[in-house]
Design a protein. Structure first.
Length: 405
Protein backbone atom coordinates (compact mmCIF):
# COMPACT_ATOMS: atom_id res chain seq x y z
CA UNK A 1 0.00 0.00 0.00
CA UNK A 2 3.02 2.28 -0.40
CA UNK A 3 1.17 4.46 -2.92
CA UNK A 4 -2.20 4.43 -1.16
CA UNK A 5 -3.28 7.97 -0.39
CA UNK A 6 -0.04 9.32 -1.88
CA UNK A 7 -0.72 9.24 -5.60
CA UNK A 8 -3.70 10.10 -7.77
CA UNK A 9 -5.03 6.63 -8.67
CA UNK A 10 -6.30 7.96 -12.00
CA UNK A 11 -2.91 9.32 -13.05
CA UNK A 12 -0.53 6.93 -14.78
CA UNK A 13 2.13 9.66 -14.55
CA UNK A 14 1.87 9.65 -10.75
CA UNK A 15 2.26 5.88 -10.75
CA UNK A 16 5.28 6.02 -13.05
CA UNK A 17 6.85 8.82 -10.96
CA UNK A 18 6.51 6.53 -7.93
CA UNK A 19 8.55 3.84 -9.72
CA UNK A 20 5.62 2.23 -11.53
CA UNK A 21 6.14 -0.05 -14.55
CA UNK A 22 9.84 -0.49 -13.66
CA UNK A 23 9.04 -4.07 -12.67
CA UNK A 24 7.58 -4.69 -16.11
CA UNK A 25 10.65 -3.24 -17.82
CA UNK A 26 12.85 -5.49 -15.74
CA UNK A 27 10.71 -8.55 -16.48
CA UNK A 28 10.73 -7.91 -20.24
CA UNK A 29 14.54 -7.87 -20.16
CA UNK A 30 14.47 -11.40 -18.70
CA UNK A 31 13.39 -14.77 -20.10
CA UNK A 32 9.77 -15.56 -19.10
CA UNK A 33 10.86 -18.57 -17.07
CA UNK A 34 13.38 -16.46 -15.12
CA UNK A 35 10.46 -14.29 -13.98
CA UNK A 36 8.76 -17.43 -12.66
CA UNK A 37 12.00 -18.42 -10.90
CA UNK A 38 12.04 -15.01 -9.20
CA UNK A 39 8.50 -15.65 -7.88
CA UNK A 40 9.50 -19.13 -6.72
CA UNK A 41 12.54 -17.69 -4.95
CA UNK A 42 10.47 -14.95 -3.29
CA UNK A 43 8.09 -17.58 -1.89
CA UNK A 44 5.02 -15.48 -2.73
CA UNK A 45 1.82 -17.28 -1.72
CA UNK A 46 -1.67 -16.58 -3.05
CA UNK A 47 -3.49 -13.92 -1.08
CA UNK A 48 -6.98 -15.04 -2.19
CA UNK A 49 -7.28 -17.46 0.73
CA UNK A 50 -5.61 -20.77 -0.04
CA UNK A 51 -1.99 -19.55 0.21
CA UNK A 52 -0.78 -21.70 -2.69
CA UNK A 53 2.67 -20.93 -4.13
CA UNK A 54 2.28 -18.34 -6.90
CA UNK A 55 5.54 -19.42 -8.54
CA UNK A 56 4.42 -23.06 -8.70
CA UNK A 57 1.09 -22.08 -10.20
CA UNK A 58 2.85 -20.02 -12.86
CA UNK A 59 5.25 -22.87 -13.54
CA UNK A 60 2.41 -25.41 -14.01
CA UNK A 61 0.46 -23.03 -16.25
CA UNK A 62 3.44 -22.14 -18.41
CA UNK A 63 4.38 -25.81 -18.88
CA UNK A 64 0.94 -27.29 -19.57
CA UNK A 65 -0.48 -27.92 -23.05
CA UNK A 66 2.33 -26.63 -25.25
CA UNK A 67 0.09 -27.07 -28.34
CA UNK A 68 -2.68 -24.82 -27.01
CA UNK A 69 -3.14 -21.70 -29.14
CA UNK A 70 -3.90 -19.42 -26.20
CA UNK A 71 -3.03 -18.93 -22.52
CA UNK A 72 -4.96 -16.68 -20.14
CA UNK A 73 -4.52 -14.77 -16.91
CA UNK A 74 -7.65 -14.23 -14.84
CA UNK A 75 -7.50 -11.69 -12.04
CA UNK A 76 -9.80 -12.68 -9.20
CA UNK A 77 -11.28 -9.38 -8.05
CA UNK A 78 -14.60 -10.77 -6.85
CA UNK A 79 -13.88 -10.22 -3.15
CA UNK A 80 -17.00 -11.85 -1.73
CA UNK A 81 -15.72 -13.20 1.58
CA UNK A 82 -17.52 -11.47 4.48
CA UNK A 83 -15.22 -9.13 6.40
CA UNK A 84 -12.80 -8.81 3.47
CA UNK A 85 -12.19 -5.48 1.76
CA UNK A 86 -8.49 -5.47 0.90
CA UNK A 87 -8.62 -5.90 -2.88
CA UNK A 88 -10.99 -2.95 -3.09
CA UNK A 89 -8.34 -0.75 -1.47
CA UNK A 90 -5.75 -1.75 -4.06
CA UNK A 91 -8.20 -1.45 -6.95
CA UNK A 92 -9.43 1.97 -5.88
CA UNK A 93 -6.15 3.46 -4.70
CA UNK A 94 -3.44 1.93 -6.86
CA UNK A 95 -5.00 0.24 -9.90
CA UNK A 96 -1.82 0.28 -11.98
CA UNK A 97 -0.02 -1.80 -9.35
CA UNK A 98 -2.05 -4.97 -9.83
CA UNK A 99 -2.43 -4.23 -13.56
CA UNK A 100 1.36 -4.17 -13.85
CA UNK A 101 1.47 -7.43 -11.85
CA UNK A 102 -1.04 -8.90 -14.30
CA UNK A 103 1.06 -7.91 -17.31
CA UNK A 104 4.20 -9.40 -15.74
CA UNK A 105 2.31 -12.59 -14.87
CA UNK A 106 1.01 -12.85 -18.46
CA UNK A 107 4.53 -12.38 -19.83
CA UNK A 108 5.90 -15.09 -17.54
CA UNK A 109 3.41 -17.73 -18.69
CA UNK A 110 3.24 -16.43 -22.29
CA UNK A 111 -0.43 -15.45 -22.11
CA UNK A 112 -1.79 -13.02 -24.63
CA UNK A 113 -5.12 -12.30 -23.00
CA UNK A 114 -6.19 -11.37 -19.47
CA UNK A 115 -9.53 -10.82 -17.78
CA UNK A 116 -10.09 -8.86 -14.59
CA UNK A 117 -13.24 -10.30 -12.99
CA UNK A 118 -14.53 -7.62 -10.60
CA UNK A 119 -17.59 -7.91 -8.40
CA UNK A 120 -20.31 -5.78 -9.96
CA UNK A 121 -21.01 -3.71 -6.83
CA UNK A 122 -17.44 -2.37 -6.80
CA UNK A 123 -18.30 0.57 -9.09
CA UNK A 124 -15.21 2.62 -8.29
CA UNK A 125 -12.89 -0.36 -8.71
CA UNK A 126 -14.45 -1.09 -12.10
CA UNK A 127 -14.12 2.54 -13.20
CA UNK A 128 -10.50 2.77 -12.05
CA UNK A 129 -9.58 -0.54 -13.67
CA UNK A 130 -10.98 0.66 -17.00
CA UNK A 131 -9.19 4.00 -16.76
CA UNK A 132 -5.91 2.30 -15.84
CA UNK A 133 -6.23 -0.12 -18.76
CA UNK A 134 -6.94 2.71 -21.22
CA UNK A 135 -3.93 4.68 -19.98
CA UNK A 136 -1.70 1.58 -20.13
CA UNK A 137 -2.72 0.99 -23.76
CA UNK A 138 -1.90 4.61 -24.62
CA UNK A 139 1.56 4.35 -23.06
CA UNK A 140 2.46 1.05 -24.71
CA UNK A 141 2.23 -1.09 -21.55
CA UNK A 142 -0.61 -3.07 -23.17
CA UNK A 143 -1.50 -4.03 -26.74
CA UNK A 144 0.87 -5.19 -29.45
CA UNK A 145 4.67 -5.23 -28.96
CA UNK A 146 4.66 -4.01 -25.36
CA UNK A 147 7.52 -1.54 -24.77
CA UNK A 148 9.14 -2.58 -28.07
CA UNK A 149 9.22 -6.30 -27.22
CA UNK A 150 7.47 -9.07 -29.13
CA UNK A 151 5.02 -9.59 -26.24
CA UNK A 152 1.34 -8.78 -26.91
CA UNK A 153 -1.40 -8.58 -24.29
CA UNK A 154 -5.07 -7.59 -24.36
CA UNK A 155 -6.83 -6.96 -21.04
CA UNK A 156 -10.57 -6.76 -20.47
CA UNK A 157 -12.74 -6.07 -17.40
CA UNK A 158 -15.63 -8.47 -16.72
CA UNK A 159 -18.26 -7.93 -14.02
CA UNK A 160 -19.56 -10.44 -11.50
CA UNK A 161 -23.23 -10.37 -10.57
CA UNK A 162 -23.19 -10.78 -6.80
CA UNK A 163 -22.61 -14.50 -6.37
CA UNK A 164 -20.12 -15.46 -3.63
CA UNK A 165 -19.50 -18.75 -5.40
CA UNK A 166 -18.28 -16.95 -8.54
CA UNK A 167 -15.18 -15.98 -6.53
CA UNK A 168 -14.23 -19.68 -6.53
CA UNK A 169 -11.83 -19.97 -9.41
CA UNK A 170 -13.50 -22.70 -11.47
CA UNK A 171 -16.94 -21.19 -11.04
CA UNK A 172 -15.47 -17.86 -12.10
CA UNK A 173 -14.24 -19.44 -15.31
CA UNK A 174 -17.76 -20.70 -16.08
CA UNK A 175 -19.11 -17.21 -15.44
CA UNK A 176 -16.42 -15.68 -17.65
CA UNK A 177 -17.51 -17.98 -20.45
CA UNK A 178 -21.02 -16.54 -20.12
CA UNK A 179 -22.48 -19.58 -18.39
CA UNK A 180 -24.37 -19.88 -15.12
CA UNK A 181 -22.06 -19.69 -12.07
CA UNK A 182 -21.92 -23.41 -11.25
CA UNK A 183 -18.61 -24.96 -10.16
CA UNK A 184 -16.61 -27.36 -12.30
CA UNK A 185 -15.27 -30.63 -11.04
CA UNK A 186 -11.49 -30.66 -10.35
CA UNK A 187 -9.30 -31.94 -11.96
CA UNK A 188 -8.61 -30.52 -14.46
CA UNK A 189 -7.24 -27.48 -12.67
CA UNK A 190 -7.21 -24.06 -14.37
CA UNK A 191 -3.49 -24.45 -15.10
CA UNK A 192 -4.35 -27.39 -17.40
CA UNK A 193 -7.78 -26.44 -18.77
CA UNK A 194 -9.12 -23.10 -17.60
CA UNK A 195 -11.15 -20.51 -19.43
CA UNK A 196 -12.33 -21.80 -22.85
CA UNK A 197 -10.39 -25.00 -22.07
CA UNK A 198 -7.01 -23.22 -22.28
CA UNK A 199 -4.23 -23.08 -19.63
CA UNK A 200 -5.19 -20.29 -17.24
CA UNK A 201 -3.46 -18.60 -14.34
CA UNK A 202 -5.98 -17.40 -11.74
CA UNK A 203 -4.56 -15.00 -9.18
CA UNK A 204 -6.02 -12.70 -6.58
CA UNK A 205 -5.59 -8.91 -6.87
CA UNK A 206 -3.37 -8.65 -3.78
CA UNK A 207 -1.18 -11.52 -5.00
CA UNK A 208 -0.58 -9.71 -8.29
CA UNK A 209 0.08 -6.41 -6.49
CA UNK A 210 3.17 -8.03 -4.94
CA UNK A 211 4.63 -9.05 -8.30
CA UNK A 212 6.00 -5.67 -9.57
CA UNK A 213 7.70 -5.05 -6.21
CA UNK A 214 9.39 -8.46 -6.29
CA UNK A 215 10.62 -7.70 -9.82
CA UNK A 216 12.03 -4.30 -8.84
CA UNK A 217 13.59 -5.18 -5.48
CA UNK A 218 14.28 -8.90 -5.92
CA UNK A 219 13.38 -12.06 -4.07
CA UNK A 220 15.81 -11.52 -1.18
CA UNK A 221 14.33 -8.13 -0.39
CA UNK A 222 10.87 -9.68 -0.42
CA UNK A 223 11.99 -12.48 1.87
CA UNK A 224 13.29 -9.93 4.38
CA UNK A 225 9.60 -9.42 5.32
CA UNK A 226 7.41 -11.99 6.98
CA UNK A 227 8.55 -15.48 7.95
CA UNK A 228 10.48 -18.26 6.23
CA UNK A 229 7.37 -20.09 4.98
CA UNK A 230 5.06 -17.07 4.73
CA UNK A 231 7.22 -14.28 3.32
CA UNK A 232 6.08 -10.74 2.58
CA UNK A 233 3.31 -8.58 3.89
CA UNK A 234 -0.46 -9.03 3.95
CA UNK A 235 -3.35 -6.64 4.08
CA UNK A 236 -5.50 -7.52 7.09
CA UNK A 237 -9.02 -6.13 7.25
CA UNK A 238 -10.16 -5.51 10.81
CA UNK A 239 -13.81 -5.03 11.61
CA UNK A 240 -16.07 -5.39 14.61
CA UNK A 241 -15.21 -4.18 18.08
CA UNK A 242 -11.94 -2.34 17.52
CA UNK A 243 -11.33 1.38 17.91
CA UNK A 244 -10.19 1.88 14.29
CA UNK A 245 -11.66 -0.71 11.93
CA UNK A 246 -9.97 -0.71 8.54
CA UNK A 247 -7.30 -2.24 6.36
CA UNK A 248 -3.75 -2.60 7.64
CA UNK A 249 -0.71 -3.89 5.76
CA UNK A 250 1.58 -5.80 8.09
CA UNK A 251 4.31 -8.39 7.83
CA UNK A 252 3.06 -11.96 7.93
CA UNK A 253 3.93 -13.24 11.39
CA UNK A 254 2.37 -10.30 13.23
CA UNK A 255 0.22 -11.51 16.11
CA UNK A 256 -3.50 -10.98 16.52
CA UNK A 257 -2.81 -8.93 19.64
CA UNK A 258 -0.45 -6.60 17.73
CA UNK A 259 -3.02 -6.20 14.95
CA UNK A 260 -5.73 -5.21 17.41
CA UNK A 261 -3.70 -3.14 19.88
CA UNK A 262 -0.93 -1.58 17.80
CA UNK A 263 -2.74 -1.05 14.50
CA UNK A 264 -6.48 -0.93 15.16
CA UNK A 265 -6.24 1.14 18.37
CA UNK A 266 -7.32 -1.63 20.78
CA UNK A 267 -10.74 -2.87 21.79
CA UNK A 268 -13.67 -0.51 21.42
CA UNK A 269 -14.71 1.13 24.69
CA UNK A 270 -11.94 -0.79 26.49
CA UNK A 271 -14.13 -3.94 26.56
CA UNK A 272 -12.33 -7.28 26.92
CA UNK A 273 -11.48 -9.34 23.86
CA UNK A 274 -13.65 -12.41 23.58
CA UNK A 275 -13.15 -13.86 20.12
CA UNK A 276 -12.14 -13.21 16.54
CA UNK A 277 -13.40 -14.80 13.38
CA UNK A 278 -10.34 -15.21 11.15
CA UNK A 279 -10.73 -15.49 7.39
CA UNK A 280 -14.42 -14.56 7.12
CA UNK A 281 -17.44 -16.88 7.03
CA UNK A 282 -15.30 -19.66 5.58
CA UNK A 283 -12.91 -19.12 8.48
CA UNK A 284 -12.47 -20.07 12.12
CA UNK A 285 -13.30 -18.62 15.51
CA UNK A 286 -10.43 -18.22 17.95
CA UNK A 287 -10.43 -17.15 21.59
CA UNK A 288 -7.91 -15.19 23.69
CA UNK A 289 -5.52 -18.18 23.86
CA UNK A 290 -4.65 -17.39 20.21
CA UNK A 291 -3.87 -13.68 20.71
CA UNK A 292 -0.11 -14.20 20.64
CA UNK A 293 0.05 -16.70 17.79
CA UNK A 294 1.82 -15.63 14.62
CA UNK A 295 -0.58 -14.85 11.79
CA UNK A 296 0.98 -17.01 9.07
CA UNK A 297 -0.55 -19.59 6.75
CA UNK A 298 1.22 -22.53 8.37
CA UNK A 299 1.17 -21.52 12.01
CA UNK A 300 -2.58 -20.93 11.98
CA UNK A 301 -3.21 -24.13 10.02
CA UNK A 302 -1.20 -26.10 12.60
CA UNK A 303 -3.49 -24.65 15.28
CA UNK A 304 -6.64 -25.58 13.28
CA UNK A 305 -7.24 -21.91 12.48
CA UNK A 306 -7.22 -20.04 9.16
CA UNK A 307 -5.55 -16.95 7.75
CA UNK A 308 -7.70 -17.05 4.61
CA UNK A 309 -8.21 -13.69 2.97
CA UNK A 310 -6.90 -11.79 6.01
CA UNK A 311 -10.33 -10.87 7.43
CA UNK A 312 -10.34 -10.38 11.21
CA UNK A 313 -13.74 -9.82 12.81
CA UNK A 314 -13.27 -8.92 16.47
CA UNK A 315 -15.81 -9.58 19.25
CA UNK A 316 -16.16 -8.56 22.88
CA UNK A 317 -18.16 -10.28 25.60
CA UNK A 318 -21.18 -8.26 24.46
CA UNK A 319 -21.25 -10.22 21.22
CA UNK A 320 -23.02 -13.51 20.79
CA UNK A 321 -21.05 -16.31 19.14
CA UNK A 322 -24.39 -17.90 18.39
CA UNK A 323 -25.50 -14.85 16.34
CA UNK A 324 -22.25 -14.68 14.38
CA UNK A 325 -22.23 -18.40 13.70
CA UNK A 326 -25.86 -18.13 12.63
CA UNK A 327 -24.90 -15.35 10.18
CA UNK A 328 -22.16 -17.55 8.72
CA UNK A 329 -24.40 -20.58 8.28
CA UNK A 330 -27.25 -18.52 6.81
CA UNK A 331 -24.75 -16.98 4.41
CA UNK A 332 -23.72 -20.44 3.16
CA UNK A 333 -27.36 -21.50 2.84
CA UNK A 334 -28.09 -18.38 0.80
CA UNK A 335 -25.02 -18.73 -1.43
CA UNK A 336 -25.26 -22.49 -2.00
CA UNK A 337 -25.84 -22.93 -5.72
CA UNK A 338 -27.93 -26.06 -5.12
CA UNK A 339 -26.09 -28.20 -7.63
CA UNK A 340 -25.22 -30.99 -5.18
CA UNK A 341 -27.34 -32.55 -2.44
CA UNK A 342 -24.92 -32.52 0.55
CA UNK A 343 -24.57 -28.74 0.38
CA UNK A 344 -28.08 -27.86 -0.79
CA UNK A 345 -29.73 -29.88 1.97
CA UNK A 346 -26.88 -29.67 4.48
CA UNK A 347 -26.67 -25.88 4.66
CA UNK A 348 -30.44 -25.73 5.34
CA UNK A 349 -30.22 -28.45 8.00
CA UNK A 350 -27.41 -26.63 9.80
CA UNK A 351 -29.42 -23.41 9.97
CA UNK A 352 -32.54 -25.25 11.19
CA UNK A 353 -30.59 -27.14 13.86
CA UNK A 354 -28.92 -23.96 15.07
CA UNK A 355 -32.38 -22.44 15.51
CA UNK A 356 -33.38 -25.47 17.60
CA UNK A 357 -30.38 -24.80 19.82
CA UNK A 358 -31.48 -21.22 20.34
CA UNK A 359 -34.98 -22.40 21.21
CA UNK A 360 -33.51 -24.48 24.04
CA UNK A 361 -33.19 -28.01 22.67
CA UNK A 362 -33.20 -30.62 25.44
CA UNK A 363 -30.30 -32.58 23.96
CA UNK A 364 -28.01 -29.64 23.30
CA UNK A 365 -24.71 -31.54 23.30
CA UNK A 366 -26.11 -34.30 21.12
CA UNK A 367 -27.50 -31.79 18.64
CA UNK A 368 -24.19 -29.93 18.45
CA UNK A 369 -22.35 -33.17 17.81
CA UNK A 370 -24.88 -34.09 15.15
CA UNK A 371 -24.33 -30.70 13.46
CA UNK A 372 -20.56 -31.23 13.45
CA UNK A 373 -21.03 -34.73 11.98
CA UNK A 374 -23.36 -33.34 9.28
CA UNK A 375 -20.86 -30.61 8.40
CA UNK A 376 -18.10 -33.24 8.22
CA UNK A 377 -20.17 -35.32 5.81
CA UNK A 378 -20.75 -32.16 3.75
CA UNK A 379 -17.00 -31.46 3.73
CA UNK A 380 -16.30 -34.99 2.52
CA UNK A 381 -19.01 -35.21 -0.12
CA UNK A 382 -19.78 -31.73 -1.48
CA UNK A 383 -18.84 -30.95 -5.01
CA UNK A 384 -17.00 -27.68 -4.38
CA UNK A 385 -15.28 -25.82 -1.52
CA UNK A 386 -18.42 -23.90 -0.52
CA UNK A 387 -20.03 -27.05 0.88
CA UNK A 388 -16.72 -27.89 2.54
CA UNK A 389 -16.65 -24.56 4.42
CA UNK A 390 -19.40 -24.61 7.13
CA UNK A 391 -17.39 -27.10 9.17
CA UNK A 392 -14.75 -24.40 9.77
CA UNK A 393 -16.75 -21.80 11.74
CA UNK A 394 -18.97 -24.48 13.26
CA UNK A 395 -16.24 -26.75 14.63
CA UNK A 396 -14.16 -23.84 15.94
CA UNK A 397 -17.20 -22.27 17.62
CA UNK A 398 -17.93 -25.60 19.31
CA UNK A 399 -14.27 -26.01 20.28
CA UNK A 400 -13.97 -22.65 22.02
CA UNK A 401 -17.51 -21.62 22.91
CA UNK A 402 -19.68 -24.75 23.28
CA UNK A 403 -20.92 -23.49 26.67
CA UNK A 404 -22.38 -20.45 25.01
CA UNK A 405 -24.04 -22.35 22.19
C1 LIG B 1 -16.59 -20.02 -2.32
C2 LIG B 1 -15.26 -19.40 -2.65
C3 LIG B 1 -15.18 -18.03 -2.90
C4 LIG B 1 -13.94 -17.46 -3.21
N1 LIG B 1 -13.89 -16.11 -3.43
C5 LIG B 1 -12.70 -15.55 -3.74
C6 LIG B 1 -12.62 -14.16 -4.00
O1 LIG B 1 -13.61 -13.43 -3.91
N2 LIG B 1 -11.40 -13.64 -4.34
C7 LIG B 1 -10.28 -14.44 -4.45
O2 LIG B 1 -9.22 -13.94 -4.82
N3 LIG B 1 -10.33 -15.76 -4.21
C8 LIG B 1 -11.51 -16.33 -3.88
N4 LIG B 1 -11.55 -17.68 -3.67
C9 LIG B 1 -10.31 -18.47 -3.86
C10 LIG B 1 -10.13 -18.82 -5.35
O3 LIG B 1 -10.84 -20.01 -5.64
C11 LIG B 1 -8.66 -19.03 -5.71
O4 LIG B 1 -8.06 -19.88 -4.75
C12 LIG B 1 -7.84 -17.74 -5.79
O5 LIG B 1 -8.44 -16.82 -6.66
C13 LIG B 1 -6.45 -18.06 -6.32
O6 LIG B 1 -5.65 -16.91 -6.34
P1 LIG B 1 -4.35 -16.78 -5.42
O7 LIG B 1 -3.54 -18.04 -5.64
O8 LIG B 1 -3.67 -15.57 -5.91
O9 LIG B 1 -4.84 -16.67 -4.02
C14 LIG B 1 -12.78 -18.27 -3.31
C15 LIG B 1 -12.88 -19.65 -3.05
C16 LIG B 1 -14.10 -20.20 -2.71
C17 LIG B 1 -14.15 -21.66 -2.45
S1 LIG C 1 -20.99 -27.58 -2.68
FE1 LIG C 1 -22.75 -26.14 -2.64
S2 LIG C 1 -22.07 -24.43 -3.86
FE2 LIG C 1 -20.72 -26.16 -4.34
S3 LIG C 1 -21.69 -27.22 -6.08
FE3 LIG C 1 -22.50 -28.18 -4.27
S4 LIG C 1 -24.41 -27.02 -3.90
FE4 LIG C 1 -23.18 -25.78 -5.24
Amino acid sequence: MKNTGRIDPESIDDYIAAGGYEGLRKALAMEPYSVIEEMLGAGLRGRGGAGFSTGMKKKFTSQSCQDCPQRYVVVNADEGEPGTFKDRVIMEQDPHLYLEGTIIAAYSIKASRAYIYIRGEYYKSVDRARKAIDAAYQRGFLGKGILGSDFDLEVEVMLGAGSYLCGEELTMLESLEGKRGYPRIKPPFPAEAGVFGMPTLVNNVETLANVPLIMVHGKDWYRSFGTERSPGTKIFTLSGQVVRPGHYEAELGITLRQLIDDLAGGMKGGRPFKAALLGGAAGTFVDSSMLDEKMTYDNLREKDATLGSGAVIVMTDDDSIYDILCNCLRFFKHESCGKCVPCRVGTTMLVENLKKLRNGSKNKDELLQQMVRDAEVMAATSLCPLGQSPILPLKSAVRYFSDEL
